[in-house]
Write a protein that binds this ligand. Structure first.
Ligand code: UN1
Length: 505
């Protein structure tokens, strides 16, 4: 088990953070101090602030409410132009922001840069959506009667975001909410508040009016509950764990407001015997160990055709052994730390459970404490073989670099195993056989399916999200993001100028 690491020290370099309410940076009035700590070296307190209280959350809501009439009156293309400015500002500061991301979250710098790029793509997409914030026209049954729809914002919305994509997820929730004319209260994870502050500053610099975007940083459920339960909130967009998501969904559902919850995954990758094995290997290790396995789209179950299983498994193990573990800002590092002690304990606990269940551990399985890594939350990349579908490690989301291997003989069995989980976020198949790929696309019970590419990732212009326990509510990104944050109004415009003889109504 992990032991306590060295004492954390605030230094002159520790950045002081504040809440952003009604266009002003203010001190929180909560009881707790929030600390952003470098997970690669927990002696470093990167940033800190006083947490937000319930009262602060209520003030943020009031600010959003006050700002709403003015913001919705701004034409959608002009709203979007502010996002366009954010795109430019973020591009200029991309490296610096990616560095903060690595320091605060731990993912290696090239991955942080990738996340920055993806977030900027999303901002860019939604800046364009401002010009397409449109309804449609329809032919009427009646002459001289115009039927059309316009889209309107919902009002005040809240966004509750996790630590593992502390930039991209903010982009894909906040940009569509604002472009559609809503005002927003954002609550980022208290583990990654620094990047959230930088994110909000970009909108401030781009000229977003006072109160349109508010930021409350708080740990625990005090602030989050207000952002789900307050009757002024018209929609809640949440990404995070299953337990919290189910609660958010139930609370918001009770009030009958819109809610989207993007939650866990237990994503399978199937490799058929005819696959390009080099390609498959690259996709598996990226999917399983990329972002230290801390992504809902991570590959956590590998279903191999038995003819290729042995050689592929040993190549994966070899790759895992060659991965350099350490501080993600250092060149050559391939695996960063887990986010915190809780996450480390949880991952190590799952590994113990796997061993007890009788899965065979091929590599990893322990905390990594080599020189230079003693003060961080590092874990070895871990591969379990001889996993059976009903084992807990085959069913529950681990959120760490832990891969479970299954061996199969026929395609039906492979599909059955891949669907044998309560989750349904993403899946992948490696094959050269077009009909097998198409059958997998059809039968895989997920929201996103990949052919000859890893289970991870997404692009701004296509919807992102899952089925079963992986998600409820509207999908995110793409057009769907705008649809979630807006509603249609249907207009019947009769220009006959006289009484009709029709009984159609
Ligand atoms: C990705 O795989 O690039 O929390 C995105 C998560 C997801 C985002 C994953 N919401 O891991």
């Amino acid at each position: 088990m992990a032991t306590a690491t060295a004492t954390q020290t605030k230094t002159a370099g520790t950045v002081g953070l504040k809440q952003f309410i009604d266009g002003r940076w203010t001190q929180g009035t909560g009881k707790n101090e929030i600390r952003s700590v470098n997970p690669a070296d927990t002696r470093q307190v990167l940033a800190q602030c006083r947490g937000a209280s319930r009262q602060d959350a209520l003030r943020a809501l009031e600010a959003a409410q006050k700002a709403f009439p003015r913001w919705r009156a701004v034409p959608a293309p002009s709203r979007a132009r502010i996002i366009e400015k954010v795109v430019h500002l973020a591009r200029e500061r991309k490296e610096e922001l990616a560095r903060i991301l690595t320091l605060e979250e731990g993912k290696i710098f090239p991955e942080a840069l990738g996340e920055l790029e993806k977030g900027i793509n999303l901002l860019e997409w939604y800046a364009g959506e401002g010009l397409r914030f449109m309804g449609h026209t329809a032919p009427s049954e009646l002459p001289k009667n115009l039927l059309f729809t316009v889209r309107e914002p919902l009002g005040i919305v809240s966004a509750i975001t996790p630590w593992n994509f502390p930039w991209a997820i903010l982009c894909w929730k906040i940009a569509p909410a604002l472009v559609a004319g809503n005002t927003v209260v954002l609550k980022p994870s208290s583990l990654t508040p620094w990047l959230a502050v930088e994110f909000v500053k970009l909108f401030e610099s781009a000229g977003l009016p006072q109160g349109a975007l508010n930021l409350v940083i708080g740990a625990g459920s005090e602030v989050g509950d207000v952002l789900v339960e307050d009757e002024r909130i018209e929609a809640v967009s949440f990404t995070g764990s299953n337990e919290v998501g189910v609660r958010v969904h139930a609370l918001a559902g009770k009030r009958g407001v819109r809610v989207t919850c993007e939650m866990g995954g237990k994503n399978p990758c199937l490799v058929w015997k005819d696959a390009d094995l080099e390609l498959a290997l690259a996709g598996i290790v990226k999917g399983a160990f990329g972002s230290t396995g801390q992504r809902c789209t991570a590959t956590s179950r590998l279903i191999l055709h038995e003819e290729v299983a042995d050689s592929l498994v040993w190549q994966i193990v070899e790759f895992a052994g060659s991965l350099k573990i350490g501080d993600g800002l250092k060149p050559g590092i391939g695996l960063g730390p887990l986010i915190d002690a809780n996450q480390l304990h949880a991952v190590l606990k799952w590994i113990e459970i796997g061993k007890k269940e009788g899965a065979k551990i091929l590599c990893g399985g322990k905390r990594f404490t080599a020189e230079g890594c003693r003060n961080g939350w590092f874990v070895e990349p871990t591969v379990f073989d001889q996993v059976t579908p009903s084992m807990k490690i085959a069913q529950e989301e681990i959120f760490g670099p832990v891969l479970s291997v299954f061996r199969v003989r026929d395609f039906e069995e492979a599909v059955r195993i891949s669907n044998h989980t309560r989750f349904g976020l993403t899946s992948a198949i490696y094959t050269q056989n077009l009909s097998l790929a198409l059958r997998f696309i059809e039968e895989s019970q997920v929201g996103m399916v990949h052919v000859n590419s890893p289970t991870i990732g997404g692009e701004a212009q296509v919807p992102f999200g899952g089925v079963k326990a992986s998600g409820v509510g509207e999908r995110e990104m793409a057009k769907e993001g705008i649809l979630f944050f807006s509603k249609p109004k249907t207009v019947f415009l009769d220009y006959t100028g006289k009484k009709r003889e029709s009984n159609i109504y």
